[in-house]
Design a protein. Structure first.
Length: 468
């Protein structure tokens, strides 16, 4: 009797296991089939790729950035026409090392696996000619990308430029970089390099923002008029037994909110952050998508905001000046500053403008998406403060002759002991055409000294492109 009971239990267990397998396979076939088929790590895709001429990638003006050349014997080779220049944005497609960048997250389009491609498949079957993948036209401007790369040469960091009204990414450079054309030869050196040249700092680099985060705090202060922004800065302030000092240890004297932005007064922002409280600071931070998905068409790392409504005064003091456990990506800061340029609406950044099939028909046309973060009145008021910061404050090195530039500098403490240098801004202030975020990793100089001049040159080059 006991043995019969054991047999029954075994039969039931086996039945449950078989049923689980059937349910799992059914789920894969019905709900995950397309995702699995299009996953770049699916080895079956290489069989498809052997019969497909991978799509060409262009900049916004039709310059060929990446293409596949087919030799007389039918061998296909992926070429990156500007070597390191687009290594992080376009990435690479390698049978040995996989795919990264646009080659990875637009893989299905480049292989024409998306949508109905029946005509191309019939043509391939009848003629034996390989299928041609879809071409991508990026939002990037080649001249601006090249200028940004030149300005960042020899440094570690990132430059991201975008159209603040639409979210189009106009340039995205990460240093150090690599040459995707010589990936196999360089691989061992690249993976052993302590400066991580394979890391796309623009999308996934996480840094304390320093004083550029004061713009978020300023927006919260303006929404909460009970917070008195007027302050007599003596150079230091004590919060919960901890004394924090300004860069100007002698103090800035009497300040209002605008003057506090112009001189980037730490102590006043610390005081205002504490008075705002955890709920207000966290609410505004979350509205600027801190700790949330930024949106758009790129795999952007979430900026980190590990705080809630019940923040300690010391945490509030740190966040108010962009320190503590706060970490942000350069592209997020480009989107953040674009919010002030775009009347309080944050446009989701995107990098592929349109996708065409082999017959030149547009199969996908990108659309701008934006979310209202703050009122246009507050955005305008902060823009006015940022213009003053560039005209007469810490951002003077970003000035452009005859153009009003709005900007904010940042100098962020970090574990390396050498400060990161930041600048975020846009131009022209009255009708913004381009926004920029510059981060120089462990530069050891203030954002005004190191990042602001680079940002000014990027903005100036970007405005030339608008007028070309």
């Amino acid at each position: 009797m006991e043995s019969n009971r054991k047999i029954v239990h075994i039969i039931i267990l086996m039945s449950v296991l078989f049923l689980s397998i059937i349910i799992y396979l059914t789920y894969i076939q019905i709900f995950r089939a397309e995702v699995t088929a299009q996953n770049p790590y699916n080895k079956r895709q290489w069989a498809v790729e052997d019969k497909t001429v991978r799509g060409t990638i262009y900049d916004r003006n039709g310059i060929v950035l990446a293409e596949t050349k087919v030799s007389g014997d039918g061998t296909m080779k992926r070429l990156y026409n500007y070597d390191e220049l687009y290594s992080h944005t376009i990435g690479y497609s390698s049978r040995q090392y996989g795919k990264t960048g646009i080659e990875f997250y637009y893989n299905s389009d480049l292989l024409a696996l998306t949508g109905d491609n029946t005509v191309a498949k019939i043509r391939e079957t009848v003629t034996g000619q390989p299928i041609k993948g879809h071409s991508l036209t990026l939002t990037l401007d080649h001249n601006l990308q090249r200028k940004a790369e030149q300005l960042l040469k020899g440094k570690i960091g990132s430059i991201v430029a975008m159209n603040p009204k639409t979210g189009e990414v106009l340039a995205a450079v990460s240093k150090p970089d690599y040459n995707p054309n010589s990936l196999a030869e360089d691989w061992d050196r690249l993976v052993e390099d302590e400066n991580s040249p394979l890391l796309n700092r623009s999308l996934t680099g996480l840094y304390p923002p320093g004083s550029i985060y004061k713009l978020v705090i300023a927006a919260s202060v303006l929404e909460n008029p009970e917070i008195d922004a007027n302050y007599n800065c003596t150079g230091t302030i004590t919060i919960d037994g901890y004394t924090l000092a300004d860069a100007n240890r002698w103090g800035h004297g009497f300040l209002d909110l605008k003057r506090s932005i112009i001189v980037s007064c730490n102590t006043n922002f610390v005081r205002m952050g504490v008075e705002l409280g955890g709920r207000n600071v966290t609410q505004m931070s979350k509205r600027f998508l801190m700790g949330k998905k930024l949106g758009g068409d790129m795999p952007i790392a979430e900026s980190r905001y590990p705080y809630g409504d019940n923040m300690k005064p010391t945490d509030l003091a740190a966040v108010a000046i962009g320190q503590g456990e706060l970490l942000v990506t350069p592209i997020h800061m480009a989107a953040m500053v674009s919010t002030f340029a775009n009347k309080g609406a944050m446009a989701a950044p995107y990098i592929v403008g349109k996708i065409k099939n082999e017959d030149g028909m547009i199969v996908t046309l990108a659309e701008s998406e934006s979310t209202q973060i703050i009122s246009d009145a507050i955005a305008d008021e902060i823009t006015d403060m940022m213009v003053a910061a560039v005209r007469e404050g810490t951002g003077v090195n970003a000035r452009i002759h005859g153009v009003d530039v709005a900007g904010k500098t940042g100098t962020a403490q970090n574990e390396t002991g050498k400060v990161h240098s930041w600048f975020i801004g846009f131009a022209p202030a009255e009708d913004p055409q381009i926004a920029v975020a510059v981060i120089l990793e462990s530069e050891g100089r203030t954002g005004g000294e190191a990042a602001a001049p680079i940002a000014g040159e990027v903005l100036n080059e970007g405005l030339k492109g608008v007028n070309r």
